[in-house]
Design a protein around this ligand. Sequence first.
Ligand SMILES: CC/C=C\C/C=C\C/C=C\C/C=C\CCCCC(=O)SCCNC(=O)CCNC(=O)[C@H](O)C(C)(C)COP(=O)(O)OP(=O)(O)OC[C@H]1O[C@@H](n2cnc3c(N)ncnc32)[C@H](O)[C@@H]1OP(=O)(O)O
Ligand SMILES: Cc1cc2nc3c(=O)[nH]c(=O)nc-3n(C[C@H](O)[C@H](O)[C@H](O)COP(=O)(O)OP(=O)(O)OC[C@H]3O[C@@H](n4cnc5c(N)ncnc54)[C@H](O)[C@@H]3O)c2cc1C
Length: 664
Amino acid sequence: MEALDYHAEERRKAEFNLDEMKIVWAGSRRNYELSDRVARLVASDPVFRKDNRTMLTRKDLFKDTLRKAAHAWKRIIDLRLSEEEANMLRSYVDQPAFTDLHWGMFIPAIKGQGTSEQHEKWLPMAYKMQIIGCYAQTELGHGSNVQGLETTATFDPQTDEFDLHSPTLTSSKWWPGGLGKVSTHAVVYARLITGGQDHGVHGFIVQLRGLDDHLPLPGITVGDIGMKFGSGAYNSMDNGLLRFDHVRIPRNQMLMRVSQVTREGKFVQSDVPRQLVYGTMVYVRQTIVSDASCALARAVCIATRYSAVRRQFGSQNGGPEIQVIDYKTQQSRLFPLLASAYAFRFVGEWLKWLYTDVTQRLQANDFSTLPEAHACTAGLKSMTTSVTADAIEECRKLCGGHGYLSNSGLPELFAVYIPTCTYEGDNVVLLLQVARFLMKTVSQLGSGKKPVGTTAYMGRAEHLMQCRCEVEMAQDWLKPSTILEAFEARAVRMSIACAKSLGKFSNPEDGFAELSPDLVEVAIAHCQLIVVSKFLEKLQQDIPGKGVKRQLEILCNVYALHLLHKHLGDFVATGCITPNQGALANEQLRLLYAQVRPNAIALVDAFNYTDHYLGSILGCYDGNVYQKLYQEAWKDPLNDTVVPDGYLEYLRPILKQHIRTARL
Ligand SMILES: CC/C=C\C/C=C\C/C=C\C/C=C\CCCCC(=O)SCCNC(=O)CCNC(=O)[C@H](O)C(C)(C)COP(=O)(O)OP(=O)(O)OC[C@H]1O[C@@H](n2cnc3c(N)ncnc32)[C@H](O)[C@@H]1OP(=O)(O)O
Ligand SMILES: Cc1cc2nc3c(=O)[nH]c(=O)nc-3n(C[C@H](O)[C@H](O)[C@H](O)COP(=O)(O)OP(=O)(O)OC[C@H]3O[C@@H](n4cnc5c(N)ncnc54)[C@H](O)[C@@H]3O)c2cc1C
């Protein structure tokens, strides 16, 4: 018997080839096939069940995480999965674990900052998971200010060793994932001291626990920092604390690609810029942008499918009520998020390319694109994670009361997702880095140095400062060049206005501090321009499949025009557009929503998420929401007994007292 599909009618409405859209979303046919196979593999494996995890105690959740990680590793070995497939498998298991940090930061830190001898020694053990590592940078007293870290690594020429020490309470390492209970090793960031001189923060490979008994090595105090936001959620991770009491490590465990310490204790700074010590963060920020599109797509998929099932008001002659997805307000809240998911997907693809390019250049000692890579990864990490975190909460509200149920999947997704706005760089701190980069670019405009890459538009500042938007009718807003010029003009005008204001301060640092809220806005305008322009560039590509390109054009316009509507103040205040042109953009936006509507369900189907990965009754593929909610309610442990525990001790006496009082 064919299973009932409550979305069948919605799916029939789609005006594009879904299979081709799935490939666009995945990046290529190969990626699609790989990811589809791995997602199904995880979904069909009972060990990876996750429907009960919000009910587990912290200890049970942690043990469950260890069990899943061990099982995942077994599957990876047994099935001889490639590194790419293994990463996919871990991400579909969808439970934050120490392995994220081992593969995502410990290994990349050694690869990026270690010498070839260090690669040869450490990487084979790490790849086989004979050692498990984490990334121990943040301290109790300092996270954002990396140069403010206090842990010391003092070279002792007598023994050819470093002495790792935590001199203060605030120097305790605090937060590293995987550190609390699992990691045998860590890349520890500490101030390098040689001959009494402080050379700033560098990375060191330090063994923390015995490989036979898992006990902390002498001089090491290590443990978990405690429960975090939400039930389940990120509590599967053992974020840890760590203190060193004069722990000795051999000299060759300092990561020495950027700087070296010789046998005699001489500090040698190579030609490689010191910022490469921050390289692992750049790598992870880049991956976080792609992950943002996945998390956003997940929330949007749940809210869209549920909005098509849910009906409220408007029944005519006893007929069905209106699907909430047909309310214009619902569309104006939901469809920009759907468009943003696609936009972040494409900018994530581009950022991956940029990162690969900069890595290849670094290997050839070309450091010219490093500032651009830093600004793009920092800015886009910040912008996409902030939008996604807010969007998950918006999707919860779009699902009304049922969105607040744990089994909607949204509370847990929110709790797991929100720390991305903080980790790997606080989002405001990162936007200020972008602003610095932009102000530097503006200051060099008259010097003959041509801005390149994502700031190339600033080379056309003269035109962009005085150009007038030519929109006369709503449909004029559909011209890519019109949209692009409006975003470029807004970004450049905001940058130059801020640069001028900065120029009024005698001390530039005072000016930067004073104007920092405006500078954050400038950075956001620049990042939004990048996302819009990369979406438009994507549309220049040959995109096969009936109606696929057309849908993407619609989504691109929704993305750009909803931003224009949201930030109308910026656009109008900088004189890029008139208030009337702003109103025309809004008119066009409404027309675009009507075009998205029949395709909405198919556009979220294109994410190809299994019900297992989505983990949401409201977002389940077949849309059989009410029956599933009803069945699920009875599985709650509170419903194991008809009369609850505690009735005799606490409820009955009150009720009886009531009866006694009534009798009086
Ligand atoms: C299921 C998942 C599966 C797989 C996922 C795969 C991978 C993901 C893995 C794990 C993810 C899971 C969990 C996440 C765990 C999170 C881990 C962490 O949070 S680690 C700790 C992160 N910490 C931070 O990000 C700290 C933020 N602070 C900084 O980066 C810096 O201190 C600063 C704010 C940039 C300031 O640094 P500093 O004071 O040194 O710099 P200045 O402002 O003086 O600038 C000097 C100069 O340097 C340039 N610059 C700064 N940073 C960089 C850089 N990274 N690269 C290149 N250049 C940089 C800066 O622009 C200045 O340039 P100038 O103006 O002089 O030209
Ligand atoms: C779940 C999670 C996992 C983590 N995993 C790891 C890990 O594996 N390894 C690791 O080393 N670290 C890890 N961290 C730590 C994380 O990287 C830091 O918390 C993060 O970099 C932010 O630093 P902070 O906590 O010092 O924030 P703070 O800098 O103290 O921020 C507090 C507030 O001050 C503001 N602020 C700070 N500086 C400025 C400024 N210059 N200008 C304007 N405003 C400013 C911020 O915007 C923010 O509002 C993790 C954190 C979390 C939450």
